[in-house]
Design a binder for this molecule. Sequence first.
Ligand code: BTN
Length: 331
Amino acid sequence: MQFPENKKKLIQLLADGNFHSGTELAEMLNISRSAIWKIINGLEESGVEIMAVTGKGYCLKRSLELFDKEIIDSYLSDESKTLISTIEIYDQIDSTNKYLNDLAHSNSDLSGIFCVAEQQLAGKGRRGREWVSPFGSNLYFSLLWRFDEGPASLSGLSLAIGVAVINALKQLGVDDVGLKWPNDIYSQEQKLGGILLEVSGESNGPCSAVIGLGLNMFLSDESAKSIEQDWTDLKRIQTDKPQISRNQLLACLMNEMLQVSKDFTTKTFSAYTNQWREYDCMQGKQVDVFIGRQTISGIVKGIDDEGLLLLQDSSGKVSHYASGEVSFSKS
Ligand code: BTN
């Protein structure tokens, strides 16, 4: 789950985005140039784009800001520090959600654990989809939080987390973002991120929730070619603004997520409904809702007080939907 020492050192050296000759790298790591070449190949397989130019050496196509525990800590609020029991950062993992789900099954008392990964090998999206998770340039992380009540008390939690995500983005100057029911972070009708909530425990409580967030900061066309939805990333929507620090954004998201998780023991979704409605980017839009094999078309009328989708059909009737996949109508 952590890269071998030389692979880690190499990516740290290349992260600055400058050219480094094979000879220089080989000397720094005290290994042969062919060993460097092999590691470079492995990094490319992880989705890191590297240029090799004769006479100049190797250079990343984009500089990387790798996760740094100290920088993350420096942006965490005092309250967050009291709520977090550990932050585990991995170079590679199958899925941060899966890791924490397994941990919760092994010990149901655990809470306040973040799992953060530079790369996911089997990132999970909703509805069995894959979450594309190349190395080093996006955010993939999950929080394990234990609740005293049963899973039914968590109705609306994933929507409230959506509000937390938008609040964190706005704090760092990302304004052109909204929520697409139920759990998507959207910008300009394209998906920027998604939330995956998985809950385990007895029906009458307590229960453990794993709240996973994937947020695209920079996704290359090559990495994204298997994504079937319209997608975007922060780089594309923030063209005229300075690049946001990955560690700072992560910490900001952690602060907001922890606050909602902590408060959800006493508050319910009603505390977040107004903000969710303010951030709703589907309100008034013509959409298709896919439920199983059924497709229902209509105009989005927002959400009800429980967070269910309100959809008006062509006869004017408004129905409430608890689940389904919504897409903007193309016609
Ligand atoms: C969606 O389909 O919209 C939900 C995507 C959730 C992806 C995140 S990335 C971190 C965490 N670990 C996973 O395997 N999935 C979630």
